[in-house]
Design a protein around this ligand. Structure first.
Ligand code: 5RP
Length: 293
C-alpha cells in the first residue's frame, strides 16, 4: 500500500446494532443472492435460530487417521441427531456416510499439506466444482492463509471457488487459518475475516478471540467458530457459549466432539447452546445429567 504510516485505527464497529441488510432472508450478507444460493444456505443455517451446528471431521486430509476418527463409518452416524452440517472430504463422505442422512454438506475442497511437512499454508484445489455439484455440496470449504507464506495461492484458490460458486450457486466457506507463529488477536481476525468476506466468501470459519463481538460486527457474512484442540468438556462449552454470545452464527467443532468420551452428549450440549439459548452452565448441567451412569 502506498501510504501505510499514520493509518487511522478502526474503532466504530456498532457492536449491538443489528446487521442492516437483514430482511427477508435470515443469513447475514445473503439477502441479495440468488434462490439457489439461499436454498443451500437455508440447509446450513436454521431458519428459526439463524444458526448452525457443523461437525468437522475433515482432519484426515492432513492428519490421516486421527484419534477419535479411526472409524468414520462407526463414529459419524451416531452423532447425526446433534448435527446440522457434516464437514468432510469427498473421500470420507462417499465411503463412510450414508447419502440419506438429510444433513447439509460442507465439502472440503482444498488440500496439499500433511502433518509431515508441517506447513498448511500451501494448498491446491483438489476437488473441482463439477464433483462438488455431484456431491450435492451445500458449501465448499477452502483454507485461506492471510499474512502467511501461502497467502497469494490461498487467495487464488478462494477466488477460483467463489467464481465457480457464483456460477453454480454453491456457497463458499472460507476457513481463516492461523499458522503456528501467527497471532490469534482480534486485530488479526478483523483483518483476515474481512478480507475473505470481501473476496466474496459466504461463510467464514475462524477462531474465537478477545473482542470477538467486534470481529463479528465488522464481518458482513456469518462466522462459525472452530473448536481447535481438545479441551475439557466444561471449557469447550464455555468456548461455545462465548462464541454464540459474541455473535457467532454457529460452531464448527471437531476434536472437542469426537475426542470426548461422550461425543454424542457433547454434541447435544453444544446444540443446546447454539439453537436453544442455553448458557455454558446450563449446557454443562445437561451434559452431566446425560452422561450420569
Ligand atoms: C482445519 C479445519 C478443520 O476442519 C478443523 O481444524 C477441525 O476442527 P477442530 O479444530 O475443531 O478439531 O478447518 O483448518
Amino acid at each position: 500500500m502506498a501510504d501505510k504510516d499514520g493509518l487511522k485505527v478502526s474503532k466504530d464497529y456498532g457492536v449491538g446494532i443489528p446487521f442492516a441488510n437483514n430482511t427477508p432472508f435470515h443469513v447475514k450478507g445473503a439477502n441479495n443472492l440468488d434462490w439457489g444460493m439461499k436454498r443451500h444456505l437455508s440447509n446450513i443455517f436454521d431458519a428459526k435460530s439463524g444458526k448452525t451446528v457443523m461437525f468437522a471431521f475433515d482432519h484426515g486430509y492432513f492428519m490421516g487417521s486421527t484419534a477419535g476418527l479411526e472409524r468414520l463409518d462407526l463414529v459419524i452416524p451416531k452423532l447425526l441427531p446433534a448435527i446440522d452440517v457434516l464437514m468432510g472430504t469427498r473421500g470420507a463422505l462417499r465411503t463412510c456416510i450414508p447419502p440419506d442422512t438429510g444433513k447439509a454438506i460442507a465439502l472440503r475442497v482444498s488440500s496439499g499439506s500433511s502433518m509431515l511437512n508441517d506447513d498448511l499454508s500451501h494448498e491446491i484445489l483438489a476437488v473441482d466444482m463439477e464433483d462438488s455439484i455431484r456431491m450435492n455440496a451445500d458449501c465448499i470449504a477452502v483454507q485461506t492463509f492471510i499474512g502467511a507464506d501461502g497467502q497469494l495461492s490461498s487467495i487464488d484458490n478462494l477466488s477460483k471457488c467463489i467464481n465457480a460458486g457464483m456460477r453454480y450457486n454453491i456457497p463458499v466457506l472460507g476457513v481463516v487459518a492461523v499458522g503456528k507463529d501467527m497471532e490469534r488477536t482480534d486485530r488479526f481476525f478483523k483483518l483476515a475475516t474481512r478480507i475473505v468476506a470481501e473476496m466474496g466468501a459466504n461463510i467464514i470459519k475462524t477462531y474465537y478471540c478477545d473482542n470477538f463481538e467486534e470481529v463479528v460486527a465488522a464481518c458482513p457474512v456469518p462466522i462459525v467458530v472452530a473448536g481447535g484442540k481438545k479441551l475439557p468438556e466444561r471449557d469447550a462449552l464455555t468456548l461455545a457459549y462465548n462464541s454464540i454470545a459474541g455473535g457467532a452464527a454457529g460452531l464448527d467443532m471437531g476434536r472437542n466432539i469426537f475426542q470426548s468420551e461422550n461425543s454424542l452428549e457433547m454434541a447435544l450440549a453444544i446444540r443446546k447452546i447454539v439453537h436453544e439459548g442455553f448458557t455454558d452452565k446450563e449446557a454443562w448441567e445437561f451434559f452431566r445429567e446425560a452422561t450420569k451412569s
